[in-house]
Design a protein around this ligand. Sequence first.
Ligand code: SF4
Length: 460
Amino acid sequence: MSQQSSTFTAKSNVKAADREHRRKINFNISRYNAVVPQGKQQFTDIHGAREKAKNIKWAAIETLDKQLELFEKNMKQRGAKVLWAETADEALAEVLKICKEKNCSVVVKSKSMATEELHLNKFLEQNGIESVETDLGEYIQQLDDEPPYHIVTPAMHKSKEDVAQLFAEKLGTPPDLTPTELTLVAREKLREKYRQAQVGITGANFIIADIGGLAITENEGNGRLTCAYPKTHIVIVGIEKVIPSMTDLALFWPLLSTFGTGQKITVYNSILTGPRQGSEVDGPEEMYVILLDNGRTNILADVKARESLYCIRCGACLNACPVYKNVGGHTYGTTYSGPIGAVITPHLKGVNNWKHLSFASSLCGNCTEVCPVKINLHELLLDNRAEAVTHKGASFSERMAWRFWQAAMLKRGLMNIGSGRLKGWMVNTFMKDWKKNRSGLQFPQKSFNQMWSESTEKNL
Ligand code: SF4
């Protein structure tokens, strides 16, 4: 068992028994569940919209190289510099080089999972650069020295009382501030950081190939301020975020906002096509776009897993997942948690250390049901499991046990051998590992065939 797997099991046991954690998560997810159905009403054919979105992403990912080259050509024409980073280290080196060139001591950042993947804040700090999160949820998490708990709502596990207490400890504010007062405190602190920052760093929700643009979606206005206020803007974005045309946003913007937060449309949607142009009055003097691979081409090379690159990071599958709701986001120990995290992490970071995440699922299919781009998440989890076993990731005894199980399941005669008690004893005795975190199986005393014949005889 890998270190990551043992840590996951140990943390899961603690979190699953933590009722206060469950109360907060259920409360926050219930608010989400109350508004999403309302947002969905804006679509006259929600299934058709999801199907169309999936087809657009399919076309984009199948022609990824061409789409990215087109984006690069168009983006460069308006004066932005486009850099390609194959690994996290390459991306970090580019960021540091730019920051040094600009004599940067303070960076303002808006919410971005790609930068979480790079552990960018810690890296900049180690290099003497202060990096400040400007999204309120991310700011709260940074104050608490914690990574985001959820890909859309980073502080989802905290109540308003927790946040007031945190601000009191870290910023010396009174411990009973209301959410409005807390927001005003954060706003005041962040305004000062904007004034000091030489560089703004953001992610992007979509790379738009046909116009050479980047679309950024956010609710607080901090994202567009981060793009436009500092003299230099750096965008770090995963290569899978591409969509072929600007007109596709007419579908993807409402899908992202409805499935992400229940809104019809997110408050601020910006399209960036380069640094400030001659006639424009605001915007950065220089703009860099770092196109991040960091394992994504491993997923692209796998014909089945490739579908997971359609993800628009709405977070709906996390909110729908019974495992996520019990063990929480930090237990996964990865940047991407929940069903989508369980699907992509073994491909991004290695099957042997991360295959356990594919087993952290009830396979109820709820994640697939709620995904706006119809990614077959539960099927992909099964594929990951199969791959883990094929790559000899499973122990000899586990492989033998499942082989025996498979043989029995394929032959009714074998299935019917022995009483329910004997079957129960065998399974519960020989599959101890499987049973460690589950209650023992209890087989019915009669086989299905026996029950079927009895009911048929009765009905004759
Ligand atoms: S897999 Fe689907 S539901 Fe989950 S975050 Fe991505 S787009 Fe949203």
